[in-house]
Write a protein that binds this ligand. Structure first.
Ligand SMILES: C[S@@+](CC[C@H](N)C(=O)[O-])C[C@H]1O[C@@H](n2cnc3c(N)ncnc32)[C@H](O)[C@@H]1O
Length: 219
């Protein structure tokens, strides 16, 4: 019997974007584009869980000098993203998880959009630690994701989404974890933020605190 792989988006890859826009209109795209301007022109960007590549295409257009490593666990998503940007030479595509061996030693920017919400309260700290270890001091971490809902309709919508993706993609989590607090605990500071879709989605720019550079342990 075939193992049921966790967080498996292969089966839904071809319809994921259409489904997302049916439910959220342009909000998911708008929220992900909002802070792209803060990325330095010559950045080395890591995108993890990037999906079918809409954001990648926009990033390459807005930042013609940046280099990108694009990691996604789904080979179908990787294929869609590759086709969308016509296999752009500035992008290294890797089918794998955050643990995959990276082709560059460190990144100036990491982008994780609608990715941290896949993981449980228990597993997320390990993922954050891994991604943070790939950043240069002073790097930026851009996150766009769902936040804990306050209104009843938001709670119902999010609950149905988790139920749907648990059935279709066997996602690990069944609720939103405290990703904002965890990034703070990991030593990242909030530099800018904006909410979308009636407060249900947040885009946040976190900064790698340079104090890590001068911590006593480093001496
Ligand atoms: C909810 S989708 C979001 C896709 C995209 N960021 C967007 O907003 O359109 C999550 C994506 O993360 C990928 N994924 C799931 N677990 C992963 C992991 N551990 N490492 C890398 N990618 C992963 C899935 O294959 C999927 O493409």
């Amino acid at each position: 019997m075939k193992d049921h792989i966790v967080n498996d988006f292969n089966g839904i890859a071809s319809v994921y974007d259409a489904l997302a826009s049916m439910v959220f209109g342009k909000n998911l795209i708008k929220s992900q584009h909002h802070f792209l301007h803060v990325i330095p022109d010559d950045a080395t960007v890591l995108i993890v869980g990037g999906g079918s590549g809409e954001l990648l295409q926009t990033l390459l257009q807005q930042k013609p000098k940046c280099q990108v490593v694009y990691v996604d666990a789904s080979e179908r998503m990787i294929e869609l993203a590759r086709q969308r940007v016509q296999n752009a030479a500035r992008v290294t595509f890797l089918c794998g998880t955050e643990s995959v061996e990276m082709p560059v030693p460190a990144f100036t920017v990491v982008i994780t959009n609608f990715y941290l919400d896949l993981f449980t309260q228990q597993s997320l700290p390990g993922i954050i630690t891994r991604l943070r270890s790939l950043l240069v001091p002073g790097a930026l971490w851009l996150v766009t994701d769902f936040v804990k809902p306050t209104k009843l309709w938001q709670k119902l919508l999010l609950k149905s989404m988790y139920l749907f993706f648990r059935i279709v993609s066997n996602i690990e989590a069944s609720r939103i974890s405290d990703w904002q607090e965890m990034l703070g605990t990991a030593g990242l500071s909030r530099q800018a933020e904006k909410t979308f879709y009636h407060g249900m989605i947040k885009s946040i720019v976190f900064g790698e605190t340079t104090s890590r550079l001068h911590s006593p342990e480093d001496n």
